[in-house]
Design a protein around this ligand. Structure first.
Ligand code: FAD
Length: 555
C-alpha cells in the first residue's frame, strides 16, 4: 500500500466523470474540488526518518529466527509499518510527523519462526507490534510516543496460504497474513468462499480481521469474523524467567462449553496477547446465484422500519443496507454521467416518484442482496418485495446493485482526494438495539451538526445501516469537514469525540467493527463498565507482564 494514503500507487479517485459531485461538495462542505490539489504529502526524500535503534544481539537473534533476507531496517519499510490508515494517521504521515517509528521489520514464514521472534523480542525487553495489512483506523499499530525500547514490527505478509480445507465440515485452515484477495482466490479455486468482505478487503488480512473483530458487508449471511473464526494458533510471550512462550492452539469446534471462551479473548486483542499465525474459519460453497437489488424508500425512517421487519421475518438476506437521505444524495451525486437508455430510465423513475408524492430530497436508497440456490434467491426476493411494498418502498432493479458491487472497494480512495483539497472525511460506526436505533441516529446527527458549528466549520454527516442482527443493527456514519491551516486534527477531534460520546449516551457501542486501538480507548470503560475494562487489562497484564506486545492498545 501507499505509505501516504489508501491503496496502490497509480490508483486514485477522480471527479471528472461525476458531474454532480463538485457542486454537491461545494454546497455541503464548502470546498471546490475542481481546483488542483492544494495540499500534497511531503516527498519521501524530504521526510526526517530517525536512525533505527536495533541492538546487535537482538538483530542477530531475529536474523537467526527468520533468515537474513527477512529482517530489514530499510526506511521505506519502516515508514509503511508506522501507522494504520485513520485520518489522524494520514494527516500525520503526509506532514512527516512520524512519531515512534518501528526500528526493524521482520517477516516470519511459519508459526515456529513467529514464536522464535516473539521469544527474542520479549527476552530483549523490546516491543513487538504484529502487522497485517496496516489498514486499521483505530490507532492500533503505532508505538507509544516516547517508547525507549526497540520497536519490532512483525509483518505476516509471507504467510498467505490456505493450508487445508476440511470439505466435510466446511472449515479452512488459513495463514494469518493472507489478505482478502489471496485467500478468496485460493478458496474459490476449490469452490469455497469465506464470505468476509470488509471495504478494506483488498489490503487487510485474516489475522488483522480477527485481532480487530472485523465485520464484512455480507455479515448478515456469513456472520462477523468472530462467528467465522472457529479455531486458531497464536504465538504467546514467554512468562518471566522462561526461555520460550507457549503456542496457543484452539481446535476448530462448532461450539463448546469450556468456561469463558479463550477464542473470544483472542478476538479483538489487537496484538496484546500474541501473534495469531493461523486460523480455522467457516467456509461455504460458492453460491449458485448472487443478486443485489436496489430499493427506494420515501424517507429513512420508513426504510429503517422496513429493514427491521425484513430482519424479523422469514426472509434471509445476504446484505441489507439502507442509506439515510443525506447519504442517498451523496451516492446520487457520485454516480457517473448517465447516457442513452439509462439516462431516460433515471429521469422517468424520478418523475414517477414525484407523481407519487415523494419528496426527492428525502429519498432513501437501499441495497438488499440474496445468495444461494436459484429457488432460494427467488423466494427471498419475493418475501422482501412484499415487506418493502407494505412500507411504501419500491424495487428499482439490479442496476444500482451492480454499481454498488463495482464501487465498494474504490470508495476509500476518496479520502485522500479530499485531504488533498482541504477536507477531512472519516467514519464512526456503532451498533445498538432496534428500539434505540432511530433516536441514536437523530441524536448523532444533531450532535455532529452542533460540533460543526462549535468549530466554525462547514461539515456534512451521513449514515447507513450496514449490518443486521436479531436485536439491533450497525449504523455507519461518514462525516466530512472543511479545514484550513494546521489545526485540522484539533477540529477533527472535536467532531469525532462528539460523535463517539453520543454513541455511548444514546445506548450504542463505541465501535461495531473497527476495534479500539488508542483512538477509541477513552470510551472503553463507558462501553464495558469500569469492571469490564479492568478484566481486560488484567488479562493483558497477566499474559504480557512486561508490556512487550503492542502496549497501550485497547486499554
Ligand atoms: P492491521 O491494521 O495491520 O492491524 C490491526 C491490529 O491487529 C493491530 O493492533 C495489529 O497489531 C493487530 N494484528 C494484525 N495482525 C495480527 C496477527 N496476525 N496477530 C495478532 N495481532 C494482529 N473494518 C471492517 O471490519 N469492516 C470494513 O468494512 C472496513 N472497511 C475499511 C475501509 C477502509 C478504507 C479502511 C482504511 C479500513 C476499514 N476497516 C474495516 C478497518 C480495517 O480494515 C480492519 O480493522 C481490519 O480488520 C484490519 O486488518 P489489517 O490486516 O489491516 O490489520
Amino acid at each position: 500500500m501507499k505509505w501516504w494514503g489508501w491503496g496502490v500507487e497509480g490508483v486514485s479517485f477522480h471527479h471528472e466523470d461525476k458531474p454532480r459531485l463538485a457542486p454537491f461538495v461545494r454546497d455541503k462542505v464548502g470546498i471546490d474540488i475542481t481546483t488542483p490539489a492544494a495540499s500534497a504529502p511531503l516527498r519521501f526524500e524530504d521526510l526526517d526518518i530517525p536512525e533505527p535503534q536495533l541492538p546487535d544481539a537482538l538483530g542477530d537473534r531475529l536474523t537467526r529466527a527468520v533468515g537474513a533476507g527477512n529482517v530489514t531496517t530499510d526506511p521505506m519499510e519502516r515508514l509503511v509499518h508506522t501507522y494504520g490508515k485513520s485520518v489522524r494517521d494520514l494527516v500525520r504521515i503526509r506532514r512527516g510527523q512520524l512519531g515512534r517509528m518501528p526500528d526493524v521489520v521482520v517477516y516470519p514464514s511459519s508459526t515456529e519462526e513467529t514464536a522464535a521472534v516473539v521469544d527474542a523480542v520479549v527476552q530483549a525487553d523490546a516491543v513487538l507490534i504484529p502487522f497485517g495489512g496496516g489498514s486499521n483506523i483505530a490507532g492500533s499499530l503505532e508505538a507509544p510516543a516516547g517508547e525507549t525500547r526497540t520497536v519490532v514490527s512483525v509483518d505476516l505478509g509471507r504467510m498467505r496460504k490456505v493450508l487445508q480445507i476440511d470439505e466435510e465440515s466446511g472449515l479452512a485452515l488459513i495463514e494469518a497474513g493472507a489478505q482478502g484477495p489471496d485467500l478468496e482466490e485460493q478458496l474459490n479455486k476449490r469452490g469455497w468462499t469465506i464470505g468476509h468482505f470488509p471495504d478494506s478487503f483488498s489490503h487487510s488480512t485474516l489475522g488483522g480481521w480477527i485481532a480487530t473483530r472485523s465485520s464484512g458487508m455480507q455479515s448478515d449471511r456469513y456472520g462477523d469474523i468472530a462467528d467465522i473464526t472457529r479455531g486458531l494458533t497464536m504465538a504467546m510471550p514467554p512468562a518471566p524467567g522462561q526461555e520460550k512462550g507457549e503456542v496457543l492452539t484452539l481446535r476448530p469446534l462448532p461450539s463448546t462449553s469450556t468456561g469463558p471462551s479463550v477464542r473470544e479473548m483472542v478476538l479483538g486483542s489487537e496484538g496484546r496477547l500474541g501473534v495469531i499465525t493461523e486460523a480455522w474459519v467457516n467456509v461455504k460453497r460458492v453460491a449458485e446465484e448472487r443478486v443485489v437489488l436496489g430499493y427506494f424508500f420515501p424517507d429513512f425512517a420508513t426504510g429503517l422500519a422496513a429493514l427491521h421487519e425484513i430482519n424479523t421475518s422469514d426472509a434471509s438476506t445476504l446484505v441489507a443496507r439502507i442509506s439515510d437521505e443525506r447519504e442517498t444524495q451523496f451516492s446520487l451525486a457520485t454516480s457517473k454521467r448517465s447516457k442513452g437508455l439509462s439516462k431516460y430510465v433515471t429521469k422517468a423513475l424520478m418523475a414517477y416518484l414525484v407523481r407519487k408524492g415523494w419528496d426527492l430530497d428525502k429519498l432513501s436508497m437501499s441495497f438488499i442482496g440474496y445468495e444461494g440456490s436459484k429457488s432460494h434467491v427467488a423466494l427471498q426476493q419475493r418475501l422482501v418485495r412484499e415487506i418493502v411494498g407494505k412500507h411504501g418502498g419500491i424495487v428499482v432493479g439490479k442496476g444500482p446493485g451492480v454499481l454498488y458491487d463495482q464501487k465498494k472497494f474504490d470508495t476509500p480512495y476518496i479520502r485522500d482526494f479530499l485531504l488533498d483539497r482541504g477536507a477531512t472525511a472519516d467514519v464512526s460506526e456503532t451498533a445498538a438495539p432496534w428500539s434505540r436505533l432511530k433516536p441514536l441516529y437523530d441524536n448523532v446527527i444533531a450532535t455532529a451538526e452542533k460540533a460543526f458549528a462549535d468549530i466554525g466549520c462547514q461539515g456534512y454527516i451521513m449514515c447507513h445501516l450496514s449490518h443486521n442482527y436479531h436485536s439491533g443493527a450497525c449504523l455507519y456514519f461518514t462525516f466530512a469537514i472543511a479545514y484550513e491551516g494546521e489545526d485540522v486534527l484539533a477540529r477533527y477531534d472535536v467532531v469525532k469525540r462528539a460523535i463517539q460520546g453520543e454513541f455511548i449516551r444514546s445506548g450504542g457501542t463505541l465501535s461495531h467493527h473497527h476495534g479500539v486501538g488508542v483512538e477509541h480507548s477513552p470510551w472503553l470503560e463507558d462501553d464495558v463498565s469500569p469492571a469490564g475494562a479492568k478484566m481486560i487489562g488484567r488479562l493483558f497484564d497477566g499474559t504480557d507482564p512486561g508490556r512487550n506486545l503492542n502496549p497501550g492498545k485497547v486499554v
